[in-house]
Design a protein around this ligand. Structure first.
Ligand SMILES: Nc1ncnc2c1ncn2[C@@H]1O[C@H](COP(=O)(O)OP(=O)(O)O)[C@@H](O)[C@H]1O
Ligand code: SF4
Ligand SMILES: [Mg+2]
Length: 361
């Protein structure tokens, strides 16, 4: 007897790549910092458009890398995601709930689940606190996670998890190297068993030789604890190593976003192409062959971004249309329905692939 196909459960409203569901959704997020003049009577004379309409999903269990030059708004996105800033407009949904307007207990509950690892392990750890107190500090705010009598055991466990000797629990930050301090920062981030970790340039302040160790640790912890990561970096090679998907930011906007293969092997936005052309490649022969795309001029002020496409003042492909029409972040028409990895979101009127020599994974 042949089996009759059974009706299956309906698809979720927004099916995700690979069937995964988004854990965090950022929707049209805007953060403008007012620019004021005058000392007594402050008058607003403009605004720094640090984040200016950013949307992306973070899927459960994935690592989303966010890259872009200094000042493009990466840390502000991170702070908005952590609810450390109030957005000017837009939403941050955590499991479908907008967390930007939460307060009191509801906010505290969400905060527990989204934790941050900071860039500089030298300044982000209080020098007067022992490592045990630093890692155990989140338990003061959330005593329900670890009752007082159990905290030192939990901290020792966390030290062990991040590859540090649990006997170091009474030492002070200055007794550790940079890499070890970042492990302490990561242990503190893990203390409350969060679901999401936002890491803002987690290895930028470290020696190149220890960067890989910390990244490897983060990858191991992601699998062990089922974490979802948003990792911010200005270094594209670091992001490639750790990310499943990558978003490229320029002057408060995401200009291109896609799988790591799409962004590194098939970038279509001139800004991404220029950034990739500047990443060091170790192979001398490849270095000979590559052409570097030089960006003209400096990054314009986010208080007064260029009309149309914000990248146009530095773009090697800019045309008249770019000054008057803002390119939407969309799959460029030429790639639509082609199935090509170049068919990912890119905010350029003239999105196209170009031959690039890029560093491998
Ligand atoms: N609290 C603030 N007040 C005013 N301007 C700010 C503030 N925080 C950030 N900015 C400005 O917003 C822009 C984006 O900053 P940031 O998010 O730190 O960028 P990134 O992390 O990519 O270097 C910069 O021009 C920065 O000077
Ligand atoms: S829209 Fe125009 S200025 Fe902007 S990236 Fe594309 S070609 Fe360059
Ligand atoms: Mg930053």
């Amino acid at each position: 007897m042949t089996s009759v196909p059974q009706p299956t459960a309906p698809e979720p409203a927004a099916p995700a790549p690979g069937g995964r569901e988004p854990i965090v959704q950022v929707v049209d997020l805007v953060k403008h910092f007012p620019l004021t003049q005058g000392i007594v009577f402050k008058k607003q004379v403009g605004a720094v458009k640090a984040v200016d309409g950013v949307s992306f999903d973070l899927f459960r269990g994935e690592t989303l890398g966010i890259v872009g030059e200094s000042g493009c708004g990466k840390s502000t996105v991170a702070r908005l995601l952590m609810n450390l800033e109030v957005p000017t407009a837009g939403q941050v949904l955590y499991k479908g709930e907008d967390i930007t307007r939460l307060s009191g207990r509801a906010l505290k509950a969400v905060r527990r689940n989204i934790q941050m690892v900071f860039q500089d392990p030298y300044t982000s750890l209080n020098p007067r606190m022992t490592v045990g107190d630093i890692i155990g500090e989140p338990f003061d705010i959330h005593p329900e996670v670890a009752p007082k009598g159990d905290r030192r055991r939990r901290v020792r466990e966390l030290l062990d998890v991040v590859g540090l000797n649990p006997e170091y629990i009474n030492r002070y930050p200055h007794q550790f190297s940079g890499g070890q301090r970042q492990r302490i920062g990561i242990a503190r981030g893990l203390a409350l068993r969060p679901e999401v970790i936002v890491a803002d340039e987690p290895v930028s302040a470290l020696d190149v030789s220890v960067q890989a160790q910390v990244i490897n640790l983060m990858e191991r912890l992601q699998h062990e604890f089922g974490l979802s990561y948003m990792v911010i970096a200005h270094d594209l090679s670091i992001v490639r190593h750790i990310s499943d998907r990558v978003g490229v930011m320029y002057l408060g906007k995401i200009v291109e976003i896609g799988s790591d293969e799409a962004i590194y092997e098939h970038p279509t936005h001139p800004y991404t192409q220029a950034l990739l052309s500047a990443v060091p490649v170790p192979d001398p022969e490849a270095r000979e062959r590559r052409e570097r795309i030089l960006l003209s001029g400096d990054v314009p002020s986010p208080a007064d971004p260029p009309s149309g496409c914000r990248f146009r003042t530095r773009c090697f492909k800019a045309q008249a249309r770019c000054a008057v029409e803002e390119p939407p972040l969309a799959v460029p028409e030429v790639f639509r329905g082609t199935g090509s990895p170049a068919g990912h979101l890119s905010a350029c009127h003239f999105a196209a692939e170009m031959p690039l020599v890029v560093p491998g994974e």
